[in-house]
Design a protein around this ligand. Structure first.
Ligand code: PEP
Length: 254
């Protein structure tokens, strides 16, 4: 019932010409992709070239960030409305690198979530614990707190355009991947929290992605877990062959 979503977060990598070339490579490789949703999140300046390269495919382009306001005196920022007008269908909110690099948290992220919905975008809301928090047995309380801060007050209809990405900070860009069971346990707890906070139907429909050093070689084990509905992939999404390998790894499990 929940369609898998494989999302590639390119972070601050590649010049616009590199992004367009990567997008063309993905379009070619994924022409016969299995029935999953695929999205890529290029740096802002690469978005127009990537949108052009992916025209006519079902691959969605998204923004890595947005400002809560639609427009105004916010030097250096980009609004959801601008992303939408540029051809984006999705946006990341609350990625751990923005939490740590830019100090983003709490109500500010809730405003960003609402701004993404206001602009008509899907919002992929990221959460995850640090190694210190995991070692202190605080994983679930940290994750639930981040989700409550970012998503509370949304209606079940609004939640239809929210995807949650569970990304343990200790697994992002480190090569250390959570075991399928470690990830499944947190995903199941998140789904149960969604059910308690809203309702069982909303919980059943909510897509929850895993992120953290997903590669072609470890994707199948992660994606075969019952509460894992896809992956948010950083490093391995920068190479068309390896992202394609992740998309096809899940197909072997489906
Ligand atoms: C990410 O950026 O969201 C991510 C999961 O990165 P990586 O796959 O490189 O760990």
């Amino acid at each position: 019932m929940r369609r898998l979503l494989l999302a590639g977060n390119w972070k601050m990598n590649g010049l616009p010409a590199d992004g367009a070339a990567l997008a063309r490579g993905l379009a070619q490789r994924l022409i016969d992709a299995p029935a999953v949703d695929i999205a890529v999140f290029p740096p802002f300046l690469s978005i127009p070239g990537v949108v052009a390269a992916l025209k006519g495919t079902s691959i969605v382009v998204g923004g890595q960030d947005l400002h809560p306001a639609a427009s105004g005196a916010h030097t250096g920022n980009t609004s959801g409305e601008m992303l939408k007008a540029a051809g984006c269908g999705s946006v990341l909110v609350g990625h751990s690198e923005r939490r740590s690099d830019e100090g983003e948290a709490g109500e500010f992220l809730a405003q960003k979530t609402r701004a993404g919905l206001r602009a008509g975008l899907q919002v992929i809301f990221c959460c995850g614990e640090t190694l210190e928090e995991r070692d202190a047995n605080r994983t679930l309380s940290v994750v639930r707190g981040q989700l409550a801060d970012g998503l509370s007050g949304l209606t079940p209809t609004e939640l239809e355009r929210i995807v949650i990405a569970y990304e343990p900070v200790w697994a992002i860009g480190t090569g250390k991947v959570a075991s399928p069971q470690q990830a499944q346990d947190v995903h199941a707890a998140i789904r149960s929290w969604v059910g308690q906070t809203w309702d069982a139907g909303t919980a059943r429909a909510m897509r929850i992605l895993y992120g953290g050093s997903v590669k072609p070689g470890n994707a199948a084990g992660i994606l075969s877990q019952p509460d894992i509905d896809g992956a948010l992939v950083g490093g391995a999404s920068l190479d068309a062959a390896s992202f394609d390998g992740i998309v096809r790894a899940q197909a072997q499990e489906a």
